[in-house]
Design a binder for this molecule. Structure first.
Ligand SMILES: Cc1cc2nc3c(=O)[nH]c(=O)nc-3n(C[C@H](O)[C@H](O)[C@H](O)COP(=O)(O)O)c2cc1C
Length: 209
């Protein structure tokens, strides 16, 4: 697939067929991730592929599997969201958080080396490892799209969620998790929310804003 085609075809998908992704394809996709730019040249990134269903269930154990569409509507109302597309995205996404991680054809937990407390950065450079792993994740999503595989990232944002993943997967000290990367083959009727896609000409400012 041509580069710009892969960029436009990459979309978030949360509805997956029950079909695993072959190990050699996963390896190829991660290989693309490992070519992303990195702050210190070292690419101190590791990837735990969680295929085992009981392990998946354990690491997502803090997520509420019973969130309904009306819970999601209440949440977006409480956040004061007005944009129709944005509301539709959250209303679709909130009830699917548990299921999408459980059903993904491949669940990747990217890990990066973080020497200082991630949530108490003293300056922007202290976040370089976090920024670099996100470059890696975007390469993974684009490479996956080029393979006809789509997915979603989820931030482990519930209290104790990140710690539970680290403990279950036995991460060594000094590694952090930016997100889950759930990949798979979309179901036939996988929901696609209209993308909010600003025009570059409206967002470019020359010489001053
Ligand atoms: C940093 C980041 C965090 C995200 N967190 C979540 C998440 O927790 N759960 C989820 O379902 N989607 C999550 N997403 C996916 C976004 O909802 C999605 O990228 C956005 O709605 C735009 O849609 P598109 O990817 O199809 O263009 C996240 C994406 C990014 C880049």
């Amino acid at each position: 697939m041509e580069f710009y085609e892969a960029v436009s075809s990459r979309r978030t998908v949360r509805d997956f067929q029950k079909k695993e992704i072959e190990a050699n394809i996963v390896q190829r996709i991660i290989e693309a991730g490992l070519q992303a730019p990195t702050n210190d040249h070292m690419r101190q990134w590791e990837f735990v592929i969680v295929n085992d269903k009981p392990t998946r269930l354990r690491i997502i154990g803090k997520l509420n599997q019973n969130r309904t569409e009306s819970d999601a509507v209440a949440a977006v109302d409480s956040w004061g969201f007005r944009d129709d597309c944005q509301r539709e995205m959250y209303i679709d996404a909130i009830p699917k958080q548990h299921k999408m991680l459980l059903n993904a054809g491949c669940l990747i937990i990217p890990c990066f080396r973080q020497k200082t407390p991630l949530l108490q950065p003293v300056n922007l450079s202290a976040l370089n490892g976090f920024a670099s792993i996100w470059c890696c994740i975007e390469n993974i999503l684009l490479a996956a799209a080029a393979e006809g595989i789509y997915g979603v990232t989820r931030i482990p944002s519930i209290s104790g969620e990140s710690e539970l993943i680290k403990e279950t997967l036995k991460l060594p000290e000094g590694y952090e998790i930016p997100c889950y990367v759930a990949l798979g083959y979309p179901t036939e009727n996988a929901k696609q929310i209209e993308q909010h896609r600003p025009k570059a000409e409206d967002r470019i400012h020359v010489d001053k804003w």
